[in-house]
Design a protein around this ligand. Sequence first.
Ligand code: NDP
Length: 272
Amino acid sequence: MTDRYAVIGNPIAHSKSPQIHKMFAEQTGQDISYEAILAPLDGFAATVERLRKEGYKGCNVTVPFKFEAFQLATQPTERAQIMRTVNTLKFFYGGGIFGDNTDSTGLIHDILFNLGFTLNNKRVLLIGAGGAAYGVVLSLVDMDVKLTIVNRSADKAKTLASSLIPNEFTIIGCGFDEIVSQQFDVVINATSAGLTDSELPLPPTLFAPGALAYDMMYGRDTPFMKFAREQGAAVVSDGLGMLVEQAAESFFIWRGVRPETAPVISALRTAK
Ligand code: NDP
């Protein structure tokens, strides 16, 4: 019997997740279906409950429901508990719900394995302090990076830096005016500024020689990516690889099989 999965979000029409999981299923011979479901902004929990009653095995969760998904998870992983956000739910027969956040693995795998950058001991700037930043910050710390978090609302960056971080690391949270004379080896844009084609107030000297500029957004060339190219970043990447890598981790959680990501990333880039 076909096992059913879905991604829940609002909006959701743009989601590439159904395409990605279809390719994973074909590649691995898994008998699953996967669809995109639009939940009302006040109806996330009811939508999850409906899916469970209809026999779905699990779901992905995207904007704006990742914090709410964490609340629903009766068995959150340790990293989900620290980040307090979840993008993958797995439903158990007894009624329990496993919850994990695979965005972090997605980002790290894309940077390390697809883009070939090392992170250990590198100066990393994470721009943003919303759900996406919360989702990845712990994995960055685990890679022993020297992390600075900058955000338009500086207080949110400071809260994120101080609340999540093990004591042995020095993590700085600040506003844009405080990074004026600094350089970074890896700059990750985890804001939604690209959605509105907004430019970020970044200094032109931001990128160290050989730097990676990474925008978590995908599907468009953002002002951040253009800025990074103009200012000499060695590699400029969008977040498509992260999207596919986080999906692969979810697929593994549900099916116990890890799909190959490279052909899927390549197929999506060709289809653009
Ligand atoms: P949130 O709404 O939770 O947070 C938005 C963040 O962007 C805040 O830090 C906000 O700053 C900042 N921001 C928004 N507009 C501007 C602007 N004009 N100038 C400066 N800062 C701005 O969104 P998410 O964190 O959930 O998502 C952020 C992005 O990450 C989205 O584009 C999403 O598509 C992408 N993403 C990609 C994934 C992938 O797999 N590739 C996975 C997850 C997310 P402030 O606090 O000051 O408002």
